[in-house]
Design a binder for this molecule. Structure first.
Ligand code: GLY
Length: 344
């Protein structure tokens, strides 16, 4: 059957390559970069499959990667069944606080952290990027900005699952700051339910990176952070260079897992710089994991961090500290989940 998407792609690319060889004109977002014609999107964990479909509604029609990575993770933010968005586990005070960031091919970036009662933090992050002179807004200021931009204020109400888990946590946990608890089984520690589920590492984040048909890269990252975190705690996900980094000349990377240890090594910035030095995406992710292992020593046995990267050639790779990390990939030819290699 004739495929409109393929037609659009082939017509755009044949006219581009006829006019300009393999390059596009100066001033174009892809100036100086090869036109690949092969859009691709990757995102962390099982929820990535649905998120990638959302992104593909844009990428598959030659849309911009930036629009795709926003649309993609909005699918996850709207779901009440995972650890992202307003349906997720709350902090110790029983309040869901959300972090997100977004970055485009021009190194434009925007971020929100400690944001309450807003359904789509990723879209607020994009507005920060596009409508303010700043990169990051947090807390009440971020919420006020969101309201001024027309985002609705949602009810302060936990999802049924989160309410149940929170009540269970309250019974067993002392209500005081606990630090350095990184290896707690579900229900017994402040960070536990976001990390473990029946003995499996569980996720707290969706990170997505994409390359569009022009060969341009963008990324997004959004999370509720660790379940039952201290009030005010912010992880890696809204921090450019930690939870997400994009360099349109080299590649893009995102992170998931224990944010403190991603921040410690400026994780995704490290991954992109390692790709710049010539490492493949998987090698770069592995080397970033090795940096965490080196810093944490034995304590690394009790934490999970996963990195996921895409280079300018459209090659993909990932690596994690612990078994169990997976990512979703969608391209013109493939739609699949990939299990990731790990240090342990
Ligand atoms: N990786 C998400 C967080 O630590 O908040």
């Amino acid at each position: 059957m004739f495929n409109r998407r393929k037609f659009l792609q082939s017509s755009v690319f044949s006219s581009l390559s006829m006019a300009f060889g393999k390059k596009v004109l100066a001033g174009d977002p892809g100036a100086g970069h090869l036109v690949t014609g092969n859009p691709i999107v990757i995102s962390t964990w099982d929820e990535g499959l649905a998120a990638n479909k959302g992104a593909w509604e844009i990428l598959g029609y030659n849309g911009r990667a930036l629009d795709a990575v926003e649309a993609g993770v909005r699918v996850t933010e709207a779901s009440l069944n995972c650890c992202v968005g307003l349906g997720a586990n709350p902090d110790r005070d029983g309040i869901v606080t959300l972090d997100a960031c977004i970055m485009d091919e021009f190194a434009n970036c925007g971020s929100v952290a400690f944001l309450e009662r807003i359904k789509h933090p990723i879209s607020v992050a994009r507005r920060v990027m596009e409508k303010t002179p700043h990169v990051m807004l947090v807390g009440v200021g971020a919420q006020e900005f969101a309201l001024s931009e027309g985002f609705p204020l949602e009810k302060q109400k936990l999802s049924e699952d989160a309410q149940r888990t929170y009540e269970q946590w309250l019974k067993k946990s002392e209500y005081k700051p606990v630090i350095n608890i990184e290896n707690s089984k579900a229900g017994h520690g402040p960070f536990a339910p976001a990390q473990f589920d029946n003995g499996q590492w569980n996720h707290d984040t969706i990170g997505m990176v994409a390359m569009d048909a022009m060969g341009n890269l963008s990324g997004s990252c959004t999370t509720s952070g660790m379940g039952f975190k201290m009030r005010g705690r912010v992880g890696d996900s809204p921090i450019i260079g930690a939870g997400l980094f994009v360099d349109n000349e080299v590649g893009a990377a995102t992170a998931t897992g224990q944010g403190e240890d991603v921040i410690r090594i400026c994780g995704t910035h490290a991954v992109v710089e390692l790709m710049r030095q010539g490492h493949s995406p998987e090698q770069a992710c592995k080397k970033a994991v090795e940096r965490i292992i080196k810093v944490k020593g034995e304590k690394a046995k009790g934490i999970q961090v996963g990195f996921l990267a895409l280079n300018k050639r459209g090659e993909v790779g990932a690596f994690a500290i612990q078994k169990g990390f997976s990512y979703a990939l969608k391209s013109n030819t493939e739609e699949k989940m990939v299990q990731v290699g790990s240090w342990y």
